[in-house]
Ligand binder design. Structure first.
Ligand code: PHE
Length: 341
């Protein structure tokens, strides 16, 4: 017994390999379930009791030594592994490549539209997504019983029925008219909310860009020319537009703007419902009472406003058939636009 213990003790003390594999082999050899120490303990159990008294302590000490040895070698391995690894770097290995994200198609289109209007002197204005009744409806001439105020169209805030999620960014235009003096030339991009059933064509959240120009002697001709400039910058040099009479509570007269898209193939027929014309936005001359509501003298100033849905234009531009794709954030879908910048 004595010589066995002594031999093992010497082996344990002299062991000094520093690789993870060797240390693990050592641990199994000594401390494993069928290791040398287990065998030693089994031998020990078979000893007569006076012998047991003599060898119990040395055997336990041997076990403690082996356990400590494994622990300290492992610790050394861990702390040295970083510096060792850096010595073993394979400098010839190919890089892993960084995966770049891409801009969302809604953002691409929004940026392009904003750029086009910035080039002719419009600034960008933003406002809150939770609005009060005044900025979203009342200042804009929506009569008390107007259907757009209805629970079916508007998400109201339960805690305060005067608040709602804005249904258009015209609310930002009201804020601009209240806080700035003419001339005002501003576009207001932002998220808007309408309580509509979600389908391939409509969503309860979408983005708008609305424009506003207020100055002395602003006329409908200015509006038409600005929209033509926009359409030709965005859709192409020879683009034609047409205006159809329409109605909005805050503009008078009001119009719907169509862009000529063409009827070359089946997709064109589907997109334009067989007319060749795409409806892209609403517009009109700001109603004088709206100017007065916002503290602008309607006898001295006039202005025009227009507003378009960004998703709809993005869908036209990228031939996307279902608006829901724009909100799902499926990487495979979004990656397609990485080169569209
Ligand atoms: N605010 C209108 C809408 O949300 C769009 C619009 C803006 C129409 C400005 C005319 C003038 O539908």
């Amino acid at each position: 017994m004595e010589s066995k213990i002594k031999k093992l003790l010497e082996d344990v003390e002299s062991f000094n390999e520093l690789t993870a594999e060797k240390v693990e082999d050592f641990r199994i050899k000594y401390l494993g379930r069928k290791g040398l120490l287990t065998t030693l303990f089994n031998d020990f159990k078979a000893l007569p009791s006076d012998e047991k008294r003599k060898w119990g302590k040395p055997i336990n000490e041997l076990k403690a030594k082996a356990t400590n040895k494994v622990a300290s070698l492992k610790e050394k391995l861990n702390s040295s592994s970083d510096s060792e690894k850096s010595d073993q770097k394979d400098w010839t290995r190919e890089g892993l490549g960084v995966k770049l994200g891409s801009r969302h198609p809604v953002n691409l289109v929004k940026n392009e539209i904003v750029n086009i209007f910035e080039r002719i002197g419009f600034n960008v204005s933003e406002g809150p997504e939770v609005e009060d009744d005044w900025h979203n409806f009342t200042a804009l001439n929506f009569p008390e019983e107007h259907p757009a105020r209805d629970m079916q169209d508007t998400f109201f805030v339960e805690r305060n029925p005067d608040w709602a999620l804005r249904t258009h960014t015209s609310s930002v235009q009201v804020r601009m008219m209240e806080s700035e003096k003419p001339p005002i030339r501003t576009i207001s991009p932002g998220r808007v909310f309408r309580n509509e059933a979600i389908s391939a064509r409509s969503h309860c959240i979408f983005h708008q860009i609305e424009g506003l120009y207020i100055d002395e002697n602003v006329s409908f001709a200015d509006l038409k020319q600005t929209l033509l400039y926009f359409a030709q910058e965005f859709f192409g040099k020879d683009t034609k537009i047409r205006l159809r009479p329409s109605y909005f509570p805050f503009t008078e007269p009001s119009a719907e703007v169509d862009v000529y898209w063409g009827l070359k193939n089946e997709v064109d027929y589907r997109m334009t419902k067989g007319t060749g014309w795409l409806e892209v936005m609403g517009c009109g001359m700001v109603d004088p009472s709206v100017l007065d509501n916002c503290g602008i003298d309607s006898k001295k100033y006039s202005g025009y406003a227009f507003g378009m849905g960004v998703e709809r234009i993005a869908m036209q531009r990228f031939q996307i058939s279902d608006i829901r794709l724009l909100f799902e954030n499926d990487q495979k879908f979004l990656e397609q636009f990485s080169s569209a910048l």
